[in-house]
Structure formats: C-alpha cells, structure tokens
Ligand binder design. Sequence first.
Ligand code: NCD
Length: 310
Amino acid sequence: MSFKGRDILSSAELSKQDFLDIMKVTEKMETLVKEEKVSNLLSDKLVGVLFLEPSTRTRLSFEAAVQRLGAKAITVASAASSSAAKGESLADTAKTVDGYVDLIVVRQPEKGGAKVMADAAEAPVINGGDGAGQHPTQALLDLYTILKEKGTLENLKIAMVGDLKNGRTVHSLSYTMAPFSPKEYIYCAPDELQMPADIVGDMEKQSVPITKTNDINVALQADIVYMTRIQRERFENPADYERLKGSFVLDRTLVESGNKDMTIMHPLPRVDEISTDVDDLPNAAYFRQAQNGMYLRMALLAMLTGRAEA
Ligand code: NCD
C-alpha cells in the first residue's frame, strides 16, 4: 500500500508489511546519507514542525531529515512561543499550518491530540509524541535499530523497563514488535507504573507471551533490554515521582550478570536509569539508536510525500 498522503499517528494502525516497507526505505536513506550526505528529493516541500512539549532528538532529527532531503522547515519549538499559550485549539492550529506547508510533524501533551490535528488538516500529520499516548516514529527507529543490531526482528525476547504506564515509547514499541512473533515481552516496572491494561490486552490478542515483573534481573535475560525514564512530567503528585524515581538503575555490573548478547536500548533522554559506565560496552546501542532516528524520519518524509517507496 502506498504511503502517499497517509498520517502516522499510532503504531497500532500499521501492518507488518508497512513496517518492512519503512525499514527498506530507511536503509536506502542511511546509504544516501553515507554516500551523498544530501539530496534534493524534496526540494519543493515545506514541512511544519510543531513541538509544544520539550524535545531534543525527535525535533532535531526531523529537522535534520528535512534538510538532508533538500526540503525546508518552519518550526515552533515550544508551547510558550505559539498560540497554544493563548488557548488556541489543536484543530485551529492544524487548519492554519495546513495552509502553509505540505506535511506536519507535531508533538503535544494531549493523548489523541495528533489525531485531532490530522482530522483538521489535509496535509499528512506525523505524531511526534502525544502526551502519554503513542510515539510511533520512535518505535519505528527502534525497529530499525533492532534489525541492525540483531540482524532479525523475529522471535526475540524483549524486556521493557521503567515507566511503562506513562512512557509512550514502550506503548508504541509493543505494537510495532508484535507482528514479528516475539518470544516474550518482559514488562518490568513498579506495580503502579505497569503497562496499561488495554495495551496488555491487545498484545494477548496477538498471542504475545507476557511476563510482568518488578525484578530487573528477570529483564536482563532478554535479547533486547529497553530502558525508559520515569516520566516526571506525567505525575500528578510530585511525592509519587520522588518515591519511584531511581526504581531501576542499570550499571555495568548488572549488565555483566545478564545475557551477554543483550542489546541495551533507551529512547533518551536518560536521567539515571543507565549508568555512564555502560556506555562503552558493545551492548549499548542507545546513541546508535538516536542516529537511526534521522534515517527513519527521512524515510517517512519521502514516503508520505510520495517520493519514495519500498
Ligand atoms: C522520549 C519521549 O519523548 O517520549 N524521548 C524521545 O522522543 N526520544 C522518551 C522520554 O522522554 O523519556
């Protein structure tokens, strides 16, 4: 199926074939950057980049992707600098920006907010994170990273560790890996930050074997250990955050006690959940993962504008 004009709102809406097609184009984009640095594939395109929540990697890798493909971006880098601060609705913002650009990338705090904007705009909308909802482009770059690090997507044991309740990256990753017959998902979190029941239910419907634990040693037996940050900004009560922060800290000794072939991933930013003494282990893939984000986002921009296909 062609991607031209499609929105990317949630990983749950994409098929296994979609995932594989996106991986193929991402690989082409990595080759393009390595061999030619830049291209003029999208030189007639303008992209609206609206970030109403903090971001480093997602925004900068989208902007880098825009520039590598010869397109141009107009950017809102914070809610405070946009009319969101005056109380403008997401739908009105989307209708306005739609009149200026060919494609919209948006991050904002409301679960489902990217869909509201997609419904209001003609241009394709890419969800760059909707509050504690979904973060599909992160999960797609995670998929690409797993493929490169492991050589396969099939039959892997994947541990997700940390704030599974509020962490949108692990919500999206669950849906993205599910079609690849995972051997097991190990959801490792304090009880009150466990994976939401609707997502666990969806995984069970897809026959993914699930283990829930709060013991990181169980997680360290996996092929992929996906660490996440306790999402401070999603806590209503700061005392709860203080109590739960630092629940899991992966250090070199712990890594060495687990599966020696584990690939350690993290969407970043990290706070203290991975010690810096892990960084130079060959298992630590998180900075390679961040770089893959640019190739993946180049692929999406080119596919949604109809300029590339698998
Ligand atoms: C993540 C996010 O924004 O959800 N960061 C990212 O996009 N790489 C993870 C996080 O903020 O913890």
